[in-house]
Design a protein around this ligand. Structure first.
Ligand code: M6R
Length: 607
């Protein structure tokens, strides 16, 4: 999604803004631009395509400035052209605006402004902000911003500069992320922390509805009631190296390889010596007794993690769970009341669909729990309770280490609930926790089969269609394997419950079509073998993922990738690893931009 960077100080604004925007490239974008104040005038430069187009242009046409805003745009209203790129000017070029989000009432605002004589040159919703700011401008920046904010509906993060205020930068946020970076004699704004790490580790996370005036040595933040407020200063613990590739060719492969370490960190932080789970007294026994319904609500990969979480909570804590896609949840008139526990899983903590579903649940009185990776994110701050995953910054669009950390966290949460409910014995708990503790090492074992996975990826790179199938827990992992393959290799794949194939989809099976069969559940092996035989009879090419001791599967498979032996219930933490690698190498061999696949954004902050 769009990225915003802003700077006010005594340094080179162009350098800071371009550096910051390059750290936001992972969010996905199709054009980039800057607005800088130079000699009392605003100069906007913007280019469609990659950030390098803008960089090259600015090298040839340099701008000396110490105040400015920059933007990478992911098109929502209007084509990704130079004109629709941000920043946008007011008609007299006195104001420039960058915006992330959607102004829902922009059409009526635009009509009103047109009646007043304002002329629009782009198709964007953002241009109304520049004209509105011009219309309300009364000499006082914060007063003008306040009037603009009273007019707009929707989600937004803004950066605004005005030619008459060459030392000031304005910003505002609602339902879209924005952080203020605190420097020495210089301050910053950005959509995400990696954009700031080169310059500062101290930040303010703006609350929903906050807006601010920033000069180089002062930051004034106001809340949605227009009160001057003091927000907590956060120190970011990530290093720039953690947020960069560290020697790997892509973030995705770096993040796949980080999984043993990040999972170890989660285990170390959450499992106490007496085998109890440390979630900081998240729920009391009485609170749990009052809970009648549990929902897990999320999108994409986080939704798939939720499916494994559902399985774990039902099996371990013996509580019924519904997993819902966040974008559907709000419109399905769900059964939610004060006896509901609604769990929201989100890597970024900024996904608008998930956030809006959370707001709906809060309105209906539910207890909301966020499981998120980003400290200070909107979802973490809006939820009643929070569990942070320990995945570290995830930059690649395709989520990998966040997924396994979400699954592990949900498993630990299931054990935590099981303890509160006495639904798990000490022996069962020790067995399960010891197995979970062995997962990081077992993942490292799987990395040794990378050459075999590369070989299969070479075979897959030329196909147009494929299937991922599995039974029980394997089906839930198949869904994630299929999504991973689709989003970064652009191969059309679908995931099915193996037993469901014969009810229709088997019609699509023909000679040579690849079918990845997940067959890690020991009690279902025979059934899986029968399904494989049905597929083979139609000449599908079978790529099986199985536990090491289930050798019999090799006889019916064309290719087989083994994972180390594990408990059936924990197998999903291992079987997903070869699927991540398979997607990565298939994408690589197809020559696709693995970390930034087309049409996708890392943080999806529109509905
Ligand atoms: O930040 P979130 O976990 O809320 O994001 C949810 C999905 O947008 C995300 O998992 C998406 O499906 C990924 N591209 C999958 O790799």
């Amino acid at each position: 999604m769009c990225g915003i960077v802003g700077y006010v100080g005594s340094g080179d604004a162009v350098e800071v803004i371009l550096e910051g925007l390059s750290k936001l490239e992972y969010r996905g974008y199709d054009s980039a631009g800057v607005a800088l104040i130079q000699n009392g005038k605003i100069r906007i430069e913007k280019k469609s395509g990659k950030l390098n187009n803008l960089k090259n242009h600015l090298e040839e046409n340099p701008i000396l400035s110490q105040v400015g805003i920059g933007h990478t745009r992911w098109a929502t209203h209007g084509e990704p052209t130079d004109i629709n790129s941000h920043p946008h000017y007011s008609e007299d070029k006195s104001v420039a605006v960058v915006h992330n989000g959607i102004i829902e009432n922009y059409i009526s605002l635009k009509k009103d402004l047109q009646k007043k004589g304002y002329k629009f040159i782009s198709d964007t919703d953002t241009e109304v902000i520049a004209h509105l700011f011009h219309f309300f401008y009364d000499g006082d920046m914060i007063d003008t911003l306040r009037k603009v904010l009273k007019e707009v509906r929707g989600s937004y993060a803004f950066g605004i500069v005005h030619e008459k205020h060459p030392n000031e930068l304005l910003c505002a946020r609602k339902d879209s992320p924005l952080v203020i970076g605190i420097g020495e004699n210089q301050n910053f704004i950005a959509s995400d922390v990696p954009a700031l790490l080169k310059y500062t580790k101290n930040v303010y996370f703006l609350e929903n509805g906050d807006y601010a005036k920033i000069i180089k040595d002062k930051i004034e933040i106001y809340d949605y009631e227009d009160k001057l407020v003091i927000r907590d200063k956060h120190e970011i613990k990530w290093t720039l190296d953690q947020a960069t590739k560290g020697g790997y060719p892509h973030f995705m492969i770096k993040e796949i390889y980080e999984q043993p370490k990040t999972l170890e960190e989660t285990l170390r932080r959450r499992i106490r010596e007496d085998y109890s789970i440390d979630f900081n007294e998240l729920l009391t026994k009485e609170e749990l007794e009052n809970i009648k319904d549990i929902y897990i609500i999320a999108c994409g990969t986080a939704y798939h993690a939720g499916l494994q979480g559902e399985y774990a909570i039902e099996k371990i804590a013996k509580l019924r769970v519904d997993v819902e896609v966040a974008s559907e949840f709000r419109y399905s008139d769900p059964f939610v009341d004060k006896n509901t526990l609604a769990i929201f899983v989100s890597q970024s903590g900024e996904t608008l669909d998930t956030l809006l579903a959370m707001k709906e649940c809060k309105k209906k009185g539910a207890t909301t729990l966020a499981i998120t990776n980003v400290v200070g994110s909107t979802i973490s701050r809006e939820a009643d309770k929070v569990i942070y995953t320990m995945a570290g910054p995830e930059i690649a669009v395709a989520s990998t280490k966040a997924y396994t950390n979400q699954v592990l966290t949900l498993f630990l949460f299931a054990i935590y609930l099981g303890d509160l409910k006495n639904s798990i014995t000490m022996e069962e708990k020790i067995l399960l926790l010891n197995e979970l503790k062995s997962i990081p090492e077992k993942i490292s074992e799987i990395f040794k089969y990378e050459d075999k996975i590369k070989f299969i990826a070479q075979e897959l790179k030329d196909v147009n269609n494929g299937f991922f199938v599995g039974r029980g827990l394997d089906y839930k992992v198949a869904l994630e394997g299929s999504l991973k393959m689709k989003e970064i290799s652009y191969i059309h794949t679908e995931a099915f419950a193996s037993g469901e194939l014969k009810h229709g989809t088997i019609a699509l099976i023909e000679k040579g079509i690849p079918v990845v069969v997940l067959a890690t559940q020991k009690n279902l092996i025979e059934k899986s073998i029968s399904n494989i035989k049905e597929l083979k009879a139609r000449e599908a090419k079978i790529i099986t993922i199985a536990q090491k001791s289930d050798m019999e599967l090799s006889e019916v498979s064309d290719r087989i990738i083994y994972i180390p032996d594990t408990l059936d219930i924990t197998s999903g933490l291992l079987s997903v690893i070869p699927l991540q690698l398979l997607a990565y190498y298939t994408s690589l061999y197809k020559g696709i931009d693995v970390d930034k696949p087309r049409n996708l954004a890392k943080s999806v902050t529109v509905e």
